[in-house]
Design a protein around this ligand. Structure first.
Ligand code: PEP
Ligand code: MN
Length: 259
């Protein structure tokens, strides 16, 4: 179902007033790593909307390396994300980590994000295949093209055809970046599949200074959208404080990208 051989035309998804894929202009997906407070989300959403972003992101359930790290606000966060997105006319995307949360996340979100660490969680993929909400499927930390496309196939085969593929960098031996952005994966998936592909430059690079050149490169290889994290005070963020852009940097990033 994901193959271009079966479906030669690019898939264009319609999510509220946003269209993504095929001939559509690239979409900007932005917001804080984690939903932390009303004030934090409101200020970020206002700026995302002002700069032409269409999709507000923010995690209410966070896949943290340490069990003692901030795990997210849960349902309270979902409610906040929904309210704030509506306030600024944005679509709301948030991660679902657990099959037991698919229902409640679907109730509040416009797009269900499947994180890199859950790309191989086949029961979660099946649950997301069973709902009628678009899904953004991140590539696993060390997933091959075949594994990533089969993960998407799990969702489509359940009847949910609205899948966005998201390249977010893979683990390599390199330590100067958090992950290695695999741009060949973007070109390859666009060639092999009809699904839209976006690039998450934040988690790929793990450092602010590379985000703009990586985003430009992603668009040059045909990405249908760019995903980036922005936070009012990255230094005090509850997660990913090394890599989120502050408001001035985000403004510079979006202006430089010229979507
Ligand atoms: C995220 O988008 O906040 C996230 C945890 O990303 P990834 O699953 O790509 O690590
Ligand atoms: Mn993050």
């Amino acid at each position: 179902l994901v193959s271009r051989k079966k479906h030669p035309e690019d898939t264009v998804l319609t999510i509220g007033d946003v269209r993504i894929g095929g001939p559509e202009a690239p979409v900007l997906i932005a917001g804080p790593c984690a939903i932390e407070s009303e004030k934090q989300m409101d200020s970020a959403a206002q700026l995302v909307a002002e700069l032409g972003g269409k999709i507000l992101r923010g995690g209410a359930y966070k896949p943290r390396t340490s069990p003692y790290g901030f795990q997210g606000m849960g349902v309270e966060g979902l409610k906040l994300g929904r309210q704030v997105a509506d306030r600024y006319g944005l679509q709301f995307m948030t991660e679902v980590m657990d099959t037991r949360d698919v229902e409640v996340v679907s109730e509040y979100a416009d797009i269900l994000q499947i994180g890199a660490r859950n790309m191989h969680n086949f029961s979660l993929l099946r649950e997301v295949g069973a709902v009628r909400k678009p899904a953004l499927l991140k590539r696993g930390l060390s997933a091959t093209m075949e594994e990533w496309l089969y993960a998407a196939e799990y969702i489509l085969s359940g009847g949910n055809e609205d899948v966005i593929m998201c390249e977010r960098g893979i683990r390599t031996f390199e330590k100067w970046t958090r992950n290695t952005l695999d741009l060949s994966a973007v070109a390859l998936v666009k060639q092999e599949s009809h699904l839209p592909v976006v690039v998450d430059v934040t988690h790929a690079a793990g450092r602010r200074d590379l985000l703009l050149p990586l985003a430009k490169a992603a668009l040059a290889v045909g990405a249908d959208g760019i995903h980036v994290e922005v936070h009012p005070q990255p230094a005090t963020a509850m997660s990913d404080n090394e890599q989120q852009l502050d408001f001035a940097e985000f403004r510079e990033f979006v202006t430089g990208l010229n979507l």
